[in-house]
Design a protein around this ligand. Structure first.
Ligand code: AVI
Length: 322
């Protein structure tokens, strides 16, 4: 419900912070973890031994690169490899290198909202694998994907690695997959990494490292609100708290207020009061199994072509088609 004193917002970040902190229970979206500091913290998370996802996916791609290359088109079908949110491209470069070494005809089209991230990625590919044809596309995933049809007539392969879909609730994930489906034609492929249900302790350790990197990452959303909206959150007065429900496969991150706190957010002209032990829910990281993925794919009108996994089935890369 709109309060009659609701301020005018200058960004969706402001609007969502206002709505999330005046709701009960309070929540903030994990998409706002990422500014320059948050990006760096996420790089550090991916390098932590507890955060098993990155190494597992790296090894799956490395072990199966020949089969993946064949599936994408091999030496017969020229394709465009699109990637949503490539980051530093460390995992993708395994495939790019293999494709180049095996004279496979393709071009690489990473999509990202940040031109800066794209420039860095392009530069590093030009340096490390100069034979890759790179065309960066700056924009939001689906606006850009919708335009893909206009780009060329080649087969499209869309990469979405890192279990990034896990940060969406199931209904949003279905919408996301429907958008994917609408962006591809018969014969195109979607290649997606999705973390799997596993020993609950392994999941908890990945999202609650002893060094406190994940804690700093979670709290970065408050640091951003302080910096960008003139708020006075004291980060030390919050606990980073992680729970995992092995039945649903949902890991959830919270910020828990250790005491009563009165917060002022200047640019929102908002005062909020946090009770002792009141929570702000910040992130979900969904863990999947084949049944959940089949259900999501069916709801979105996609079919599973095949999957690649590690020997303990802890992480999987699924291939979908329309
Ligand atoms: C980006 N995303 C898939 C990560 C995840 O595993 O949910 C973000 C993250 N949050 C805490 N650690 C890493």
């Amino acid at each position: 419900m709109q309060n009659k004193n609701t301020p005018t917002f200058t960004s969706t970040f402001e609007q969502e912070v206002y709505e999330g902190l005046t709701a009960f229970p309070k929540h903030l979206s994990s998409k706002y973890f990422y500014d320059e500091v948050g990006d760096k913290l996420f790089q550090d998370i991916m390098a932590m031994p507890e955060y098993y996802l990155t190494d597992l996916e790296f090894n799956i791609l490395d072990k199966n690169k020949a089969e993946i290359a064949e599936l994408f088109g091999g030496n017969n079908t020229e394709f465009s490899l699109f990637e949503l949110g490539a980051g530093d491209g460390k995992k993708t470069k395994i495939l790019l290198r293999y494709f180049v070494e095996n004279q496979i005809s393709f071009d690489y089209r990473p999509i990202d909202i940040s031109q800066n991230a794209l420039d860095k990625l392009e530069e590093s590919i030009k340096e490390e694998i100069p034979d890759v044809k790179v065309n960066t596309l700056q924009g939001t995933y689906f606006d850009t994907l919708r335009d893909i049809d206009k780009v060329n007539g080649k087969r499209k392969v869309i990469l979405f690695l890192g279990s990034n879909m896990g940060n969406l609730l199931h209904p949003q994930a279905v919408e996301f997959l429907k958008n994917m489906r609408d962006s591809v034609n018969a014969g195109d492929l979607i290649f997606m990494g999705l973390d799997q249900k596993k020993n609950p302790q392994t999941v908890l350790d990945a999202y609650n490292d002893k060094t406190g990197i994940t804690e700093a990452f979670n709290k970065n959303i408050l640091a951003r609100i302080n910096k960008e909206m003139g708020a006075n959150f004291d980060l030390d007065k919050f606990l980073h708290w992680e729970v995992y429900d092995p039945e649903t496969g949902t890991a959830k991150s919270y910020l828990v207020s250790k005491e009563v706190q009165n917060i002022r957010i200047e640019s929102l002209e908002l005062k909020i009061r946090l009770k002792a032990w009141e929570t702000i829910h910040t992130e979900i990281s969904q863990k999947y199994d084949d049944e959940i993925v089949e259900w999501l794919a069916e709801k979105a009108g996609l079919k599973i072509v095949t999957q690649f996994s590690d020997s303990k089935q802890q992480y999987k890369n699924y291939v979908f088609k329309k």
